[in-house]
Design a protein around this ligand. Sequence first.
Ligand SMILES: Cc1cc2nc3c(=O)[nH]c(=O)nc-3n(C[C@H](O)[C@H](O)[C@H](O)COP(=O)(O)OP(=O)(O)OC[C@H]3O[C@@H](n4cnc5c(N)ncnc54)[C@H](O)[C@@H]3O)c2cc1C
Length: 315
Amino acid sequence: MEIQEKKSLKEYSTYKIGGKADYFCVIKQKNDIAEAIDFAKRNSFKIFFLGGGSNVLFSDKGFPGVIAKIENNLLEIVENCDKHVKIRCGAGVELSKLGSLCVQKGLTGFEWAAGIPGTIGGAVRGNAGAYGGEMKDCVLKIFAIDKGDENLEVQEIDVRECEFEYRSSTFKNNPNLLVWEIELELKKGASDEVKAKTREVFQKRNEGQPSVGKFPSVGCMFKNPTVSQEVVDNFEFDREQKSRGDKVPAGWLIDRCDLKGERIGGAMIDHKQANFIVNMGDATSEDVLILMSLIKMKVRNKFKVQLEEEVKIVM
Ligand SMILES: Cc1cc2nc3c(=O)[nH]c(=O)nc-3n(C[C@H](O)[C@H](O)[C@H](O)COP(=O)(O)OP(=O)(O)OC[C@H]3O[C@@H](n4cnc5c(N)ncnc54)[C@H](O)[C@@H]3O)c2cc1C
């Protein structure tokens, strides 16, 4: 495995923001993990494991250590029954690649993920979701590696033990745990229907986030928070729609603070989806962080709600 020096991180984040990593390597097989960890340990460097870079904000100052990009691309049907299919999938496989396989083979249950960038590993860690679907709904088991384990043995974790919750999992709660491979189950359906449903999700996404295709971003900056009944009532009255229990969209709170279009340097709060901060071309991590602070302060002052980051800030 090659370890490169002074690698620009801009090209490894969908945000197109970030300085240089002191060291950078690509993890294709299990042995590469041991090599990368050993290199970092011997030199007392920090190590950060990266997927597709669609949920990270890298610092303009770069990363003082090793960035290890996971690219194990196994994608294999391991069980093919009358009604369902089981798939074994490497953490480095892009969601779009799995989505294409589903369309091609007429497998249903993964259409919600259409248009979400990033890899399976990142999606499992954050229990990625959209339009009523979540990663946890199709995962059966995870093959994980504990970075702290000297032998780096692969452990099998049943989905019920993964503590999956809204944008969270045991892998997020325990940063030592790496998702290495997963097994998921999808139902057999009609190829045409899967294709139509996937297209519908793409269309909804394009309508809700029009500037996102135009300007780089990393998706939602903040998780949808739990709020008081008063704020829930306020949301339901304003949007004429039901809230999800005691959670309301962070984007609605930000919008209600009149922050759409607010700009710091090259970073701007999106005009359509207020929970997105887009890079207008020359945004720095500092610009984004200032806008994030402004959002948190305004939302806290107006609604007494503390927003929590969904994006991972890597310094
Ligand atoms: C335009 C756009 C739209 C988006 N829409 C959605 C959406 O609808 N729903 C949604 O949930 N998200 C959305 N996202 C956010 C993002 O795509 C997802 O969170 C995605 O799952 C992140 O995966 P990644 O591989 O890019 O992770 P990265 O950005 O590479 O990493 C994110 C975190 O995951 C960790 N990680 C990565 N791989 C592994 C692994 N194998 N094991 C353990 N930890 C790992 C990293 O260390 C880091 O802490 C969107 C992003 C963009 C840019």
